[in-house]
Design a protein around this ligand. Structure first.
Ligand code: GDP
Ligand code: CO
Length: 400
């Protein structure tokens, strides 16, 4: 892959946020033959072998809820072979057992491809037990099972990626129409880890475009409404601390992202639409050097956030736009309610929101549920119980 070296970098304590990087060639050749492995001041050429080496240590988590089988299959087709795939499904088990149908389709797919896939249902009782024994009961609902939601599925996927000893973890939604786009995201995750080879690297993708039908023709929109708001507000937060206006953040709610498992196990997770924005906020809270140091949070030399602009258009299942206000509210809520957020910015967020929602006067944003730092989960206990869960041959948990 041929990829631009980032031009700017904002630093805050141990946190480094690099500017958006453009991809110039999806495949720039391999190590052998006439491949171009040139490096220069503006472009880095990463041989395909180097990407595959990273992917051997990478788990890709695919969250699923009631998606069409053809879509799920397309997503699996796009994930490079060396990756360990983890499908976390929260599809209903009755009256029609959707999960069973998904598992059958995935098993069949694996017969053809010999891919490594772990399929788990979000409501698997044995995994819930392992989480409870490890002292992280906050993730469980009243029924003692993992709560519903994509963020909760992501936490479950992260823990399973650790159980399978992966070094990196990436996420791709299961409702993506283009296998080629999925393939590109995973190549870019690997490129990010190759360029920033640290213990705490976070790679986030910004889509180049999102096709929409407007007046009978295709229009390639660049920014969704909700990402405009979260990027702008995160940038204002950074500007407040650095004293310099910045636009470095372009991936405030990037659903497509990957990070080292080590970092993933030391973060908080907000529920619902806020999860991605909260990762930024929480990283700055923990390592930005602004809040007083918290002894429970592992010190890090640096935490690197790298942002890559993908080339494929992003097209996913259209589920209507009525949630867009809720999405904006959720991601602004985690900034608004962070101990980092200065009064001035709080006022600005509340005033903007009052205009947007035509409220009579500005009011605060209610906090969303935030799961505490995953380091509060006793990992050894979890891994032990997880081992037992797998040997019990539960129907909602299998390696195919
Ligand atoms: P959007 O793309 O942000 O509008 O959200 P989607 O509704 O497309 O959800 C993103 C991804 O998460 C899709 O792949 C869904 O199938 C999946 N998903 C949604 N809810 C859940 C859930 O409760 N559990 C799991 N495991 N996945 C979910
Ligand atoms: Co979607």
């Amino acid at each position: 892959m041929k990829i631009e070296i980032p031009r700017e970098c904002e630093r805050l304590g141990a946190v480094q946020i690099y500017g958006l990087q453009k991809v110039y060639e999806l495949d720039s050749g391999g190590n052998s033959g006439r491949a171009d492995t040139s490096h220069n001041d503006v472009i880095r050429s990463i041989p395909s072998e180097a990407l595959y080496e990273r992917q051997k240590d990478m788990a890709i988590v695919v969250p699923v809820k009631n998606e069409r089988l053809k879509l799920i299959e397309g997503v699996l087709v796009g994930i490079p072979h060396p990756c360990q795939i983890i499908v976390v499904s929260n599809s209903p088990r009755g009256p029609v057992d959707r999960f069973h149908i998904e598992k059958e389709a995935i098993t069949n797919f694996c017969k053809f491809t010999n891919k490594k896939v772990l399929v788990v249902h979000q409501k698997d009782a044995a995994i819930a037990k392992a989480i409870e024994m490890a002292g992280y009961g906050e993730l469980l609902g009243e029924d003692g099972l993992v709560r519903s939601g994509k963020a909760e599925g992501m936490i479950m996927g992260t823990l399973l990626a650790r159980w399978l000893n992966n070094k990196y973890i990436g996420f791709v939604d299961s409702d993506n129409y283009f296998p080629g786009a999925v393939h590109e995201y995973v190549q870019e995750y690997a490129a990010g880890f190759e360029m920033f080879d640290t213990k705490s690297t976070f790679v986030r993708i910004s889509w180049n475009s999102k096709p929409k039908v407007m007046e009978n023709s295709l229009f390639f929109a660049k920014w969704g409404r909700s990402s405009v708001h979260s990027n702008k507000t995160l940038n204002l937060l950074l500007s407040h601390f650095s004293g310099y206006e910045t636009e470095v953040v372009k991936t405030g709610n990037a659903g497509e992202h990957a990070l080292t498992v080590d970092l993933a196990l030391n973060l908080e997770y907000a529920s619902g639409y806020a999860v991605e924005t909260h990762h930024y906020v929480n990283i700055i809270e923990s390592w930005g050097g602004i809040l007083p140091p918290n002894e429970e949070i592992v010190h890090r030399d640096k935490v690197t956030i790298c942002q890559i602009e993908s080339r494929n258009p992003h097209l996913h299942e259209s589920k209507g736009d009525e949630h867009v206000e809720d999405m904006i509210d959720a991601s602004l809520s985690v900034i608004y309610n962070s101990p980092l957020c200065p009064e001035l910015l709080k006022r600005e967020i509340a005033e903007d929101r009052a205009l947007r929602m035509r409220l009579e006067k500005p009011e605060g944003i209610a906090p969303v549920r935030v799961y505490s730092n995953l380091s509060n989960l006793k990992l050894d206990t979890f891994l032990e119980h997880c081992e037992a869960a797998f040997s019990s041959e539960s129907e909602s948990l299998s390696l195919v």
